[in-house]
Design a protein around this ligand. Structure first.
Ligand SMILES: [Zn+2]
Length: 366
């Protein structure tokens, strides 16, 4: 049986982000990569991240899950990593897909505290409940990773959308920059995406370089959206003020959301290359129909209220209310990711693809 490690690592990579607005859980990558009881294999294995991605997908009932991975330097320098794993980890670190820190310590609960996200953990961070009382009091924010289901399984409550409050909301309402301009975590390449500062005695510092961050002004408003196809969340994306996002089969704008690979049959024919443009202005999300066949808004006052249909065929932009959804074609829907309408109806797929857990084990001796 053959499986392509590169393909599996690429599939895992699509679920990694250090953007606070996109992440759904925070995890210490080392705790996962060193968890040899998951598959009984090598002491360290980066493919175990795929078992975690699959477990979180099943736990949340959603395909497009995004994790915020924190990695200590001791993982990046583990002598038992393969050269391919070391190369991939280096690329993830350089591209800012994982956050590299000198010591992990309490960094995972700290990111969770500031963002309101749940943690994925092996031990629940005993000893830190004093500083982070939710570690004991809120089971929906502490997801325990255990072996099971032929790989990994998560035990814990069902976390709702993150609601950052308190100091985290103020901190994440600003743009922060590292003094090192080429920093993958807070450097200039980050554009408008942003990781979570580390707090040292009340001062925001770069988690990678441990130097104070520069306050670069207020952060433009943003809304996190989900693409749902046939009841399953397929993509998450962020619409920022002043940066409209065109959604379609294959948008002309390179920053648009290309959804062609998620479509089949009639949907692939009826959805235009450029179909709808989402534009956040004065904190109102405007939907512009730019398609050939039109867009339907299902307007709801709340999660359980009946929907009114509004057909957009060109015309003026439609101001989307929080519970409204945008239908590009039957079963192809855009919705706010912080609304529970995005909970999946279908079962999620697997990033491990054809890689069975057995393939991670060392070959039998003799
Ligand atoms: Zn830095």
């Amino acid at each position: 049986m053959r499986f392509d490690i590169t393909q599996v690592l690429d599939a895992i990579e699509r679920h990694l982000t250090t953007e606070a607005a996109l992440a759904q859980a925070v995890v210490d990558l080392g705790q996962v990569a060193w968890f040899d009881a998951l598959d009984g294999g090598r002491s360290v294995n980066l493919l175990r991240t795929g078992l975690l991605v699959d477990a979180l997908s099943r736990h949340l009932g959603e395909d497009a899950i995004m994790i915020y991975p924190v990695a200590g330097r001791e993982l990046l320098t583990d002598a038992d990593l393969t050269s391919k794993e070391r190369m991939v980890l280096g690329r993830w670190a350089g591209d800012g897909l994982i956050e590299v820190v000198a010591t992990v310590g309490d960094r995972v609960p700290e990111v969770a505290e500031l963002t309101g996200l749940p943690v994925v953990t092996r031990d629940g961070y005993p000893g830190l409940e004093g500083r982070y009382p939710w570690l004991r009091g809120q089971p929906d924010r502490v997801l325990r990773l255990i072996p099971g289901d032929g790989g990994a399984r998560l035990v814990g409550g069902s976390p709702g959308p993150a609601q950052p409050g308190g100091p985290g909301a103020v901190l994440l309402g600003r743009v922060w920059r590292c003094q090192r301009r080429d920093c993958p975590t807070f450097g200039e390449r980050r554009g408008s995406t942003q990781a979570v500062p580390r707090m040292r005695a009340g001062v925001p510092v770069c988690p990678r370089h441990d130097e104070p961050l520069i306050n670069a002004g207020p952060k433009p408003p943003a809304v996190t959206m989900a693409l749902i196809v046939d009841g399953t969340v397929r993509e998450r994306f962020v619409v920022r003020a002043g940066r409209p996002v065109t959604v379609g089969r294959s948008p002309d704008d390179p920053d648009g959301l290309m959804i062609g690979s998620h479509l089949s049959g009639e949907a692939a024919q009826m959805i235009s290359r450029n179909h709808a443009r989402l534009d956040l202005r004065d904190e109102i999300l405007l939907v512009n129909d730019v398609s050939t066949n039109g867009t339907v808004i299902r307007s709801r006052k709340g999660p359980f209220s009946a929907a009114d249909e509004v057909h957009l065929g060109g015309g003026p932009p439609y101001p989307l209310k929080p519970w409204d959804t945008v239908e590009l074609y039957d079963g192809v829907v855009l919705a706010r990711a912080d609304r529970s309408l995005t909970r999946s109806a279908g079962g999620p797929g697997s990033v491990m693809g054809d890689a069975p857990t057995i393939a991670m084990r060392p070959p039998p001796k003799g």
